[in-house]
Design a protein around this ligand. Structure first.
Ligand SMILES: Nc1ncnc2c1ncn2[C@@H]1O[C@H](COP(=O)(O)OP(=O)(O)O)[C@@H](O)[C@H]1O
Ligand SMILES: [Mg+2]
Length: 263
């Protein structure tokens, strides 16, 4: 799956020899080094690796929240900057970060009111439709404190989808949830991905979560953050609880575990 360093396929998120160094009081921290990959359009890719291996840094580079120190990135045939200005990138963090004084529907609508709103010629999704899509029909007027942690993450996903982004970047969005809620949201997320056709890049340090969700898993190692291997997850969709019982599921999980142990 790894593309040569000088070219990336069109229609992908192309990472060409991406390096990121931070200059700190204690010296230079190399967060990413020589990261080269093509993440397919409309695909579901997970970044898996130990804490500190540069997963969040890589998402921030794709989202144009951080410039790489070396190398380049293109996002479906445009620069990250062009994609950000075009509101083509949605971002979901571990903490839903909802405004407590706004209802669910008002939180979902927020991106339409800030940062220039939706670019001309683009249609925003309806906030009500999005809340239905994430399973929160009927809770539109609830305030964040009236919602469970899982429900708040659903609102954050709906908010990230408001401008119909082509790319959805998710940084450990379910990391703070209990396992049962996480499993349920994983199933929901796959349905949303298939209904919207968006390109998902999903960060996790959970092996079962990466296997369950992804078409491919980018296994990373730390210090410096590098790609160790890209593993195709050849399990059929739609996936559900029976997927976790498949022998291939355990085999893939065990393969990822071995790769992580070597890193
Ligand atoms: N703004 C920053 N300044 C200095 N070091 C940073 C900064 N952001 C991240 N790092 C360092 O870069 C490395 C990768 O961080 P990060 O991308 O957050 O890893 P992960 O998300 O995989 O846990 C870590 O060593 C982290 O301490
Ligand atoms: Mg992180």
């Amino acid at each position: 799956m790894t593309a040569p360093a000088t070219m990336t396929e069109p229609g992908t998120i192309g990472l060409r020899d991406v390096g990121v160094s931070f200059h700190t009081d204690r010296g230079v921290v190399t967060a990413l080094d020589g990261v080269t990959a093509s993440l397919p359009a409309s695909g579901f890719t997970s970044l898996l690796g130990p804490s500190g291996c540069g997963k969040s840094t890589l998402l921030r580079v794709i989202a144009d929240l951080l410039d790489p120190s070396t190398g380049g990135v293109d996002v479906l045939g445009a620069t990250p900057h062009q994609r950000r200005l075009g509101r083509d990138i949605g971002f979901v963090f571990q903490d839903a970060a909802l405004l407590p004084w706004r209802t669910a529907v008002e939180n979902v609508r927020l991106p339409l009111e800030v940062g220039g709103g939706v670019p001309q010629g683009r249609q925003a999704n309806s906030p009500e439709d999005l809340l239905a899509l994430v399973g929160l029909a009927g809770r539109e007027h609830a305030y964040p404190h009236e919602l469970s942690g899982g429900m708040r993450q659903r609102v954050a996903i709906a908010r990230a989808l408001i401008c119909q982004p082509r790319v959805l970047l998710m940084d450990e969005p379910f990391g703070a949830l209990d396992e049962i809620t996480r499993d349920r949201l994983n199933v929901e997320l796959l349905r949303i991905w298939q209904e919207t056709g968006t390109t998902v890049v999903f960060v996790t340090h959970s092996i079962p979560e990466a296997v369950f969700l992804s078409q491919q898993v980018v296994v990373m190692s730390a210090h410096p953050g590098r790609i160790r291997e890209i593993v195709d997850i050849d399990l059929p969709y739609p996936r559900g609880s029976e997927t976790r019982d498949l022998p291939q599921f355990s085999a893939l999980a065990s393969r990822l575990r071995h790769l992580l142990e070597q890193s």
